[in-house]
Write a protein that binds this ligand. Sequence first.
Ligand SMILES: [Zn+2]
Ligand SMILES: [Zn+2]
Length: 271
Amino acid sequence: MRIRFAGVRGSWPRTAPRFARYGGDTTCLEVTPREGPPVFVDAGTGITAAAEQLPRPGGELLLLLTHAHHDHLQGFPSLGPLYEPGWRLTVAAPEFVPAEAAVRKLMEPPLWPLGLDALRSAVAFRRLPAAFAWGSLEIRHHAVAHPGGCAAYRLDESGGGSLVFATDIEWGTWDDAGRAAFARFCREPRPVDLLIMDGQFTDDEIAARRGWGHSSLGECAAAARAGGAGRLLTTHHSPERDDAAMAAVEAALAGLLPGAAAARQGQVLEL
Ligand SMILES: [Zn+2]
Ligand SMILES: [Zn+2]
């Protein structure tokens, strides 16, 4: 599969030039499987430009939602394929994520002029089973610690690579059993190639941010070690950290776990 980081900024978007190198759009990961239609994980503002690049005319799309917080959904109304005939979008999440209710609420007056029924595309909602096949991908999920709940996703490609996408996770509120269960999610059926994890805060900042639903860089390194991940990329970067500050925390991260880095908007990886 090919993955592209379409948005890596946490909490709210930043458009100023001093955020451009790491990127200012909120969470969206684009996954192109070897076989089957494209997948987006979350509909932060990064989904808008990513969807403009999709081949036309329309086709099938899958949108996996981790949870319904604004920064993971605020790109949904500007998702171009919604307004073009020929697209069929499936919005999918586990039952503990209120995906359909949140999307419907966002796409109706007074928040938006056009309801889902007025769109030119076809939008369907699906509650994800424990394991779900989409083209060459097998998709599984795991509930993570976050206010209101959030799903981490694991994507395994048959004969190919694997990733765990764990944004909006507060590692520090989990007990040993919670951490062990997440480690198993990363290790089974085989140690994951790439862990993408919420590293919004530094280890100095996290004590004053407990209960906000995010992890520190040191906690990301601990999770990657526990999960046996081949590589760690952090995401959900603090919207208060510009490029110079991001470069400093990224250097610190590499000291915590060799090879670890901060994901950048536009970064493409083959797994
Ligand atoms: Zn978030
Ligand atoms: Zn959140």
